[in-house]
Design a protein around this ligand. Structure first.
Ligand code: GLN
Length: 193
């Protein structure tokens, strides 16, 4: 069974683990370099990207994750995870730069302005072409690079994008009963639960 790591330094990794299990992967919590070495795909959950960067530093997890993704490991990033992968972050913050998008942190408002929005989906996500998305202090994707495909929109904003083996959602697909984002990712990595 394919081992799908979930970066578990902070954030809601348990909900992701349940979905990995449901779609035929073996969820595996990643806190150390050793944990990372044994997984074949990775989920970067939501949380606070600045805190996550700090927590990754002692084990050089940011560099190691960078190397693994560059070597072809598939990754699902949600919310703060997208900020970690982005090319450019506003206000300025360091990032891995692996996904050719720019993001503005907290651009839809603070915690108080968390909301459930109706999203429009590309046909690759199946039907219906609408789905709810939970936004919690979410980043806004302000630029999408040439090699990046948009798979879902909130009004005109891209909120689910993919490039190579990276799938990135600015909302929280683990918090709704709708599980198509995880299903799409698990299929991408070869699981068929
Ligand atoms: N606002 C957070 C950040 O900047 C992201 C919020 C989230 O992941 N729900 O990292």
């Amino acid at each position: 069974m394919l081992r799908v790591g979930i970066l578990s330094l902070q954030g809601d990794f348990a909900a992701h683990a349940r979905l990995v299990d449901r779609f035929g992967g073996q969820p595996s919590e990643v806190r150390t370099a050793k944990d990372l070495a044994v997984v074949e795909a990775l989920i970067l959950p939501g949380g606070e990207s600045s805190a996550m960067l700090r927590l990754m530093a002692p084990e050089k997890l940011d560099e190691r994750i960078n190397d693994r993704i560059r070597a072809g490991m598939a990754v699902l990033a949600t919310c703060a995870g997208v900020i970690l992968l982005a090319r450019k972050v506003e206000p300025d913050q360091s990032s891995l730069g692996l996904l050719d998008v720019d993001v503005a942190r907290n651009a839809y408002g603070r915690q108080l302005h968390s909301s459930i929005e109706s999203l429009r989906l590309d046909s690759r996500l199946g039907s219906p072409d609408e789905m709810e998305g939970v936004f919690i202090r979410a980043p806004r994707i302000t630029r999408v690079g040439k090699g990046v495909t948009v798979l879902a929109w909130r009004d005109r904003d891209p909120v689910l994008v993919t490039s190579g083996r990276v799938l990135a959602a600015t909302f929280h697909p683990e918090l709704t009963t709708e599980s198509r984002v995880h299903k799409y990712f698990l299929h991408l990595v070869g699981c068929h639960g």
